[in-house]
Design a protein around this ligand. Sequence first.
Ligand code: FAS
Ligand code: PHB
Length: 391
Amino acid sequence: MKTQVGIIGAGPAGLLLSHLLHLCNIESVVLENRSRRYIENRVRAGVLEQGSVDLLNRSGLGERMQQQGLQHHGIELRFDNQCHRIDFDELTDGKGITVYGQQELVKDLIAARFAAEGEILFEVEEVKICDIDRQRPRIEFRREGMAQELTCDYVIGCDGFHGISRPSLPAAILKTFERSYPFAWLGILVAAPPSSAELIYANSPRGFALHSMRSTTITRNYVQCEPDDRVEDWSDDRIWHELQLRLGSPDGWQLQEGKILEKSITPMRSFVCETMQYEKLFLAGDAAHIVPPTGAKGLNLAIADVDVLSTALARRYQHNDEKLLIKYSKICLRRVWRSEHFSWWMTSLLHKFPDHDDFQRRLQLSELNYICNSPAAAATLAENYVGFAQP
Ligand code: FAS
Ligand code: PHB
């Protein structure tokens, strides 16, 4: 098999890149080790920045997102018996966010690729990247018991944090940074209507909690848990008890409970591999960077990476101009580090740290009060949360 761009991973990064390249008449093949059914039902992110929404709309992917996505123009912070709304309209140039499940976006992307007769090979095995320093790199893999090979001009690793692409870079040139947090998130998908018009982020003495949503009938809630907790450690009763206590507000507000459709635990880490390219191999999305989900940046960073990469590859193929391709990492890393900082800041602000003393707890509450009483401080949160235009 041969193509122009070989893409490993059919998550948002790989699928969107394949779609954007198609719009520039550039051929690609996507190799995915899971089944279509598995990836279309994998519950993950839920918040799209304004820039991501605009890109999806202008690349013809916005129909279902416009019908089913929920436009939000603010979030609520709850702490120390206070509730405070961060008003995006007032604090940014009218930007907002759209709440739309990542799995819905994946369904839209797969449908778009197949409608355009794009090639996505599911359930591949033993993927191996070869000859990235040659003119025609190769991807070896097995599918349906057969050894196969894809030769291409470029290989793009969109295979997430645990994929094989980043380890395929020469170890001597890898430049990575990592922080692990002393907690994780237990997330639940619930058959219940939202209990609030917008997302609620809560810093409670019992730990962090988040009330989010997927539609007018499905909600998505998170509670901070121990880093080594397992889903079995959290009964439904325990989850609801902690959510009600942590999200509780002075006016007696109650979170609407319902049937829990899915439970999962997400570890919390910050990670950056600054080596996002080497010869003919490029990394995009979680293969290159991970943020704690407190800032709702992971999915949006993946979209931003492939926006830059698709433009750079189009310049290369259409004008034989490699300048943008050479600067790919440098361009992406500015946004990556801004998102890393914001996600670390939101995580530091809202979570209960086991080694924090009363002094550090008071600093958290002081910063939360400052954000709620200073338009300048609130604008800092708002403009980072809704996201920045591409540089
Ligand atoms: P992805 O991990 O989505 O996709 C990589 C794809 O590559 C997967 O389909 C995988 O099966 C495939 N793959 C892996 N190895 C392969 C191989 N060797 N060969 C072929 N295919 C291979 N972000 C938020 O903003 N908010 C959230 O609430 C949130 N929750 C999350 C919960 C979990 C459990 C995880 C893991 C992440 C969460 N994220 C969240 C971040 C998440 O949304 C990512 O940022 C987003 O999926 C990034 O997309 P991709 O880079 O495409 O990586
Ligand atoms: C979600 O809806 O899944 C979500 C929303 C905001 C976050 C993280 C996750 O910060």
